[in-house]
Design a protein around this ligand. Sequence first.
Ligand SMILES: C[S@@+](CC[C@H](N)C(=O)[O-])C[C@H]1O[C@@H](n2cnc3c(N)ncnc32)[C@H](O)[C@@H]1O
Length: 327
Amino acid sequence: MGGGEHVPVLLEEAVAALAVRPDGTYVDATFGRGGHARAILAQLAPAGRLFAFDRDPAAAASASGIGDPRFVFRQCWFSQLADELAALGVVAVDGVLLDLGISSPQIDDPARGFSFRVDGPLDMRMDPARGESAAAFLARVPARELTEVIRDYGEERFAQSIARAIIAARAVAPVVGTRQLAAIVAQAIGARPRGDRGQDPATRTFQALRIFLNRELAELALILPRVVPMLATRGRLAVVSFHSLEDRIVKRFLASASQPFGGDPRLARLPIRTAALPPAPLTLVGRAIRPTEREVAANPRARSATLRIAERTPHPVPAGFGAAPGR
Ligand SMILES: C[S@@+](CC[C@H](N)C(=O)[O-])C[C@H]1O[C@@H](n2cnc3c(N)ncnc32)[C@H](O)[C@@H]1O
C-alpha cells in the first residue's frame, strides 16, 4: 500500500482562486499527489511555470512522474519556500496554493504510522528524515506535556486521562504500534459519552500527535507572512485548511494583513489617521468557501475544509512584516 489515490478537496475552487494567468508563475506548496498541480498545469500556456513543494519523499517520488518542462519540484518544508525559490532564481510569483494537512496516501500507508485503523509502526512523520517519531516522543514525554499536546492540538476533552493511560502503558511495554495506541486511548476514554458519535475514540489523539510532531501549526504561522513579499501585484494566495486550529491561524493572518496598518496592532492603537498608515499588503477575495454537501458526501475528508483567498495589493510590504511568526 502507500501509492494510493488522493482525492483533492475543493479542487476547482482552489484553482479558480488562483485566477491562473496562462503565462504566470505559480507555487503549489503542498504537492501531495499532484491533483491541484495537474489542474494548474492544465491552465498554463507553454510560458507558464509551476514550482511545487512537499516534504514527503513519497510526494517527491510521485512528482518525478510529471514530465513537464513547465514544472519543477523540490522536496522541502514549506517554511523554507522563499529560500528554495530564490535558489531557483524566482523573484516573484503570481499565486501560491497551500492545501494543508495530510494526504490520503499518507494515512492509507500503514508503514507511515498515521492510521489507527490498520496496524503499523507509530511514526507519523511526513518527512521521516527529520524530527522525532511518535513512538520516540511517547517514550520520553512527561505526562503534563503529553496532556497539553493532546488537549491543544486534538481539542480532546479526555486529554489528561489519555496521557495518564499512555504513561502507565509505557511502563509495561513501549508504545510502538498504531493499533496499540488506539487501544490504549479507547480504554482510557471507556464508555464516556463523546458527543461526536461515529468518530473513533483515537481520532483526536492521533490528530494531536500528528500536528505536534510535524510542527504543522508552526509551519503555517511561518509560511503565511513569508508568502506575501513573494507575490507579484495581484498575485493570489489560496489556503485550504482542514480543522479549526489551522483555519483560525489563516483567518487571523489574512484579517491583519488586509488592514491598512499591515497588521501591526501597535500602530492601530496610535492616534494616527488611517490614511497616514502603511496601506495593507493584501486584500481579501470573497468570503471563506466551504465544500458543497455533494463533495462532502463523495469525500469525507472535505467535511471541515475551508478555502480562504487573498490578493496582493500594489503597496509595499510594511517593514518588519512577517518578522514575528504567528502574527
Ligand atoms: C492535503 S495534502 C495535498 C494534496 C494535494 N493538493 C493533491 O492534490 O494531491 C498535503 C500535503 O502537504 C504536505 N505538507 C504538509 N505540511 C507541509 C510542510 N510544512 N512542508 C511541506 N509539505 C507539507 C504533506 O506531506 C502532504 O503531502
